[in-house]
Design a binder for this molecule. Structure first.
Ligand code: TNX
Length: 522
């Protein structure tokens, strides 16, 4: 027994050594321009040498504001678990001459705008500078990708934590870079939404659109009308138990997003897609009789009563409460697929809703159908289906949010073999999702007409985080890059190599992704 034990221990030691050797980081990068960053920055320059993050490193902040302290804490939370270091934050005193990450704000560089940043990496220090804490936050996402993939691990990993020297200058092409999550068809709890926020934040997205109400469910507590969630929140597609966010939980999600410089855009879809509300509140119906709850996946069969005063009293309450929970500028009113609302009713309805939204201090976003109404400048049309609707929006002076279904819908299947997803807008392989330019999508709509891009994830076919991740990844980083990186600097051949090199990060981030054959995975 003794000899076996000794041999066994020897075996354990050798295998441990062999394992730790293979688990060691790939050789340190010696050229910053070769780092596979997504989204691709505006410019990268390489310099001789490397910076190595070591134990006792310091994050030093130039402005001791609450925003900057939070951002610095966000950074140390990204660094400490995997390195096993105790990187600390200093808000005053002399700047360490080595092993330090300097976060400098208020640098007044107009080229960088609100979200841009510059990074300078030398053997001694890293300097991340921006006009705002938001710019620093975006730059931290770059810093994460400059470090070895294992920085994303929640458990201690082997170093060295080395970054090639050089400089990066970066700022976004579009002001709005977002993803949507449909929490109405299937309900997802706050933990899922927070992970969704973390994933989109890692690729510098800055808007999260939550589709909060549809035929199958009403997901946000409205205190004036508790039946909306008691009844309307009680089921989902397939007949599961559904759910909803209390206002407290919703506010917590909004704050979690804000801490990551992501603005939440809440959507209450109307006048169609309203069966859950019609089932909850009898007076919303023509005969004051509630309809039945719906757990199928058809669209276009429900409508609010556009000629009833009560409808607008109800909507006043909904938007008043929603506006209080919305620090961002936008409220989304849906307006899509209202197939059983007559056009002569639809148009004044949308115009009335626009008044209510603006009386509550918010700008209205609507799906492209809403451009049939007299929308005011400041309203946003989200193009998903009809180019003529989007063009009409531009002719009315509106900005367009680009979400063309055949390119940007995260709920489309990758190919005919995909188990999850729909295919009405076609299959969206990773290259199809990447190869388009928002400014060339619709003739007559150019960059100055475009607010940005958004990739919507409708949830008819997904009911948990793993399924969400499978549809999100690896398409999401491509949408983030389309929104951030100038189209002149993008091409699929270069992108697919960088995407393939994200595989290690996906692994440490525990992302269940679709291993597309179009991508040379590393
Ligand atoms: C169309 S996109 C819809 C949604 C569905 C989606 C499924 C849009 C504005 N309306 O109601 O969930 O297709 O892909």
């Amino acid at each position: 027994m003794k000899t076996i034990n000794a041999r066994f221990i020897l075996f354990l030691i050798t295998s441990f050594l062999a394992l730790s050797l293979t688990a060691a980081q790939p050789s340190a990068p010696n050229d910053l321009t070769m780092t596979p960053l997504i989204p691709k920055p505006v410019s990268i320059n390489n310099a001789e040498g490397v910076f190595e993050l070591k134990n006792n490193a310091v994050v030093w902040i130039s402005e001791n504001t609450p925003g900057m302290v939070k951002v610095a804490k966000y950074l140390t939370d990204r660094l400490n678990p995997a390195t096993g270091f105790n990187v600390i934050i200093l808000t005053s005193g002399t700047i360490p001459t080595s092993n330090c990450i300097l976060l400098e704000t208020n640098i007044s560089n107009s080229q960088l705008g609100q979200e841009g940043y510059e990074l300078k990496i030398t053997a001694e220090n890293i300097r991340l500078a921006a006009n705002t804490a938001e710019g620093i936050f975006r730059g931290i996402q770059t810093l994460r990708q400059l470090l070895p993939a294992s920085i994303e691990s929640n458990t201690r990993q082997e170093g060295p934590w080395v970054i090639a020297n050089g400089a990066i200058l970066d700022y976004p092409a579009y002001a709005y870079r977002g993803a949507m999550l449909d929490v109405a068809r299937h309900f997802f709890g706050a933990d899922v939404v927070k992970r969704y926020i973390d994933l989109i934040a890692a690729y510098k997205m800055n808007y999260l659109h939550l589709h909060l109400a549809d035929d199958q469910g009403w997901r946000i507590e409205i205190k004036s009308w508790p039946a909306l969630t008691e009844i309307g929140g009680s089921t989902q597609v397939g007949g599961g138990k559904g759910g909803f966010y209390s206002q407290d939980t919703y506010n917590e999600i909004v704050q979690y997003a804000a801490d990551r410089y992501i603005t939440v855009v809440p959507e209450i879809d109307m006048p169609g897609h309203t069966n859950a509300a019609l089932a909850s509140i009898p007076k919303l119906n023509p005969d004051n009789n509630p309809v039945k709850l719906y757990t199928g996946t058809n669209v276009g069969f429900s409508t609010l009563q556009t000629n009833k005063d009560f409808t607008y009293e109800f909507l006043n309450d909904v938007f008043r409460e929603l506006a209080v929970m919305t620090p961002g500028p936008y409220i989304h009113v849906g307006g899509d697929e209202s197939h059983v609302t007559k056009k002569e009713d639809y148009i004044p309805f949308i115009e009335h809703v626009q008044e209510i939204v603006s009386a509550n201090g918010k700008q209205m976003i609507g799906w492209d159908e809403t451009t049939q109404a007299a929308l005011k400048p400041g309203a946003i049309a989200q193009y998903w289906a009809k180019a003529e609707n989007a063009k009409r929006g531009v002719s009315k002076g509106l900005k367009i949010l680009m979400s063309p279904a055949a390119k940007a819908y995260l709920d489309m299947k990758y190919d005919p073999k995909s188990q999850l997803g729909l295919s009405w807008a076609g299959y969206i392989e990773v290259d199809t999702g990447y190869k388009w330019d928002p400014a060339r999508m619709v003739p007559g709509i150019s960059k100055e007409n475009i607010l940005g891009i958004e990739a919507p994830l409708w949830s008819e076919t997904v009911s948990n985080m793993d399924e969400i991740e499978y549809l999100l990844f690896p398409r999401l980083p491509g949408y983030a890059e389309i929104g951030w990186t100038d189209s002149a600097d993008r091409n699929w051949e270069d992108y697919k190599v960088r995407l393939g090199q994200q595989a290690g990060r996906f692994k440490f981030m525990e992302i269940d992704y679709y291993p597309s054959v179009k991508v040379p995975w590393k």
